[in-house]
Design a binder for this molecule. Structure first.
Ligand code: SAH
Length: 341
C-alpha cells in the first residue's frame, strides 16, 4: 500500500494519470492530504468511485498524538507521536515573535552516537518516510488550529542520514496547495556528514544549514562525536565552504557548551579562527542534562565569558534561550522514557 504523501507532486500526477484520473485530481488530493484529511471519506469533492479505487492500492497516513505537554512558562508544546508501526517520535512547537516554529524528527532513533545526546541511546530503529515527516507538521498544525510558519529539522535523527526522504519532504512541504512553507523558513541541522553536505549544495534549496560542531578541534570532537572519526573537522569545513559557495547561503554552527570539555576561553579562541572564514553565526547551547550522561553545563558567568570572547574576536554568537524547561522539551527524552517504560 502506498502512502500518497510519500510521492512528490509530479509523481502523484503520474500515478493518478495511470489510474485514468483527470489532470486536476492531483491538486485536489494534494490539498486534502496536506490539510490533514484522515481518510479518503474526508475528500468530499472526489467521487465515491475514485475514492474506492484509491483505497485499493493506497492509504491516507495519520499520526496519533500519544502524549502532549504544554509549557506553562512559554506555551511551548511537546508532542509524542505514535507512528502506524507503534514506534514513537517527538516534535516540539515553539512560539516566537516571527511565527510558530516546529522542530521535527527525521528518524526513529539515531546512529550517530553523539555522547551527550539522548536520541542516540539505543541506536537507530529506522528512518522516517517523507509522509511521516510531513505528518508531524500537518497534525501539529491541525491540533493547534494555528498556522505553522517555520520548521527546524533538529529533532530525533540525523536528517542527512535519511537523505532522499528528506529532500522529498522538503519539496512537498514547500509546495503551494500544501503547507506552503518557504525554504527560507526551514533550517536543517546536521552533525556533519561531509559528502551529503556537498550533495545538498547541489539541490539548490535556499534553506538554512546549521552544523552541530560542538568542538574547536579534532581531539575534543573525536571524544564526543563519533562522526568525527569519519570526517575530520578540516574535511567538514571544506564541505561547509563548498555549501556556502554553491548555495550562496550563510550557514551557522551549533555549539553545546559542556563544562570542562569544550568551554574554556582557549576553546573559544580556537573556535573563532575555525568559523571566521565562513562568516558563520554561532549558536551556543548550554548542554542539557541527560540522565545517562555525566556532562554538565557551566555557570551563566562562564557561558557569558565564552560568548564574550567570540564577540571580541568578531564572531557573531548567541546563547540559545531554553524553552519548555518545565516539560522536558529537549529532544529524545520523552521517547526514551516511553521505550524503557
Ligand atoms: N542530528 C542533527 C539534528 C538533531 S540534534 C544534528 O546533529 O545536528 C539537534 C541539536 O541538539 C544538535 O546540535 C545536537 O548536537 C544538540 N544536542 C543533542 N543533545 C544535546 C544536549 N544534551 N544538550 C544540548 N544540545 C544537545
Amino acid at each position: 500500500m502506498i502512502d500518497l504523501k510519500d510521492l512528490e507532486f509530479d509523481e502523484l500526477q503520474a500515478f493518478l494519470k495511470e489510474l485514468g484520473e483527470p489532470k486536476f485530481r492531483a491538486g485536489q488530493i494534494f490539498e486534502w492530504l496536506h490539510k490533514g484529511a484522515e481518510s479518503y471519506d474526508d475528500m468530499t469533492n472526489i467521487s465515491k468511485a475514485t475514492r474506492a479505487k484509491l483505497s485499493e492500492t493506497t492509504y491516507v497516513s495519520t499520526l496519533k498524538i500519544r502524549e502532549k505537554y504544554v509549557s506553562k512558562l512559554d506555551g511551548t508544546v511537546k508532542y509524542l507521536f505514535e507512528l502506524p508501526d507503534g514506534n514513537c517520535i517527538e516534535s516540539v512547537v515553539m512560539r516566537y515573535h516571527h511565527g510558530i516554529t516546529i522542530c521535527i524528527s527525521s528518524q526513529v532513533g539515531c546512529r550517530m552516537g553523539c555522547r551527550f545526546c539522548a536520541s542516540t541511546i539505543g541506536g537507530l530503529y529506522r528512518s522516517l518516510t517523507p509522509g511521516e515527516m510531513l505528518n508531524q507538521v500537518i497534525f501539529a498544525q491541525k491540533d493547534l488550529g494555528e498556522r505553522i510558519s517555520n520548521i527546524v529539522m533538529m529533532g530525533i535523527g540525523e536528517p542527512l542520514d535519511n537523505y532522499d526522504n528528506v529532500i522529498k519532504f522538503l519539496h512537498n512541504v514547500n509546495r503551494e496547495g500544501g503547507l506552503n512553507i518557504g525554504f527560507r523558513h526551514i533550517t536543517l541541522s546536521s552533525c556533519g556528514l561531509a559528502p551529503e553536505i556537498k550533495r545538498l549544495a547541489g539541490e539548490k534549496l535556499p534553506i538554512t544549514l546549521t552544523i552541530s560542531l560542538h568542538a574547536p578541534n579534532d581531539e575534543i570532537r573525536d571524544t564526543i562525536m563519533p562522526v568525527n572519526k569519519r570526517y575530520k573537522i578540516a574535511e567538514l569545513m571544506e564541505a561547509c565552504g563548498e555549501y556556502a559557495e554553491i548555495s550562496g547561503r550563510r550557514l551557522s554552527f551549533e555549539y553545546s557548551l559542556i563544562h570542562g570539555v569544550n568551554d574554556s576561553l582557549e576553546n573559544a579562541k580556537e573556535l573563532a579562527e575555525l568559523v571566521r572564514p565562513l562568516h558563520a553565526h554561532v549558536n551556543l547551547i548550554p548542554v542539557n542534562k541527560v540522565e545517562e550522561r555525566e556532562y554538565k553545563k557551566g555557570t551563566d558567568l562562564e557561558i557569558n565569558a565564552f560568548r564574550g570572547m567570540l564577540e571580541k574576536l568578531g564572531i557573531n554568537a548567541t546563547v540559545r534561550r531554553e524553552l519548555g524547561s518545565d516539560i522536558s522539551a529537549s529532544c529524545g527524552q520523552l521517547r526514551k522514557k516511553t521505550i524503557s517504560a
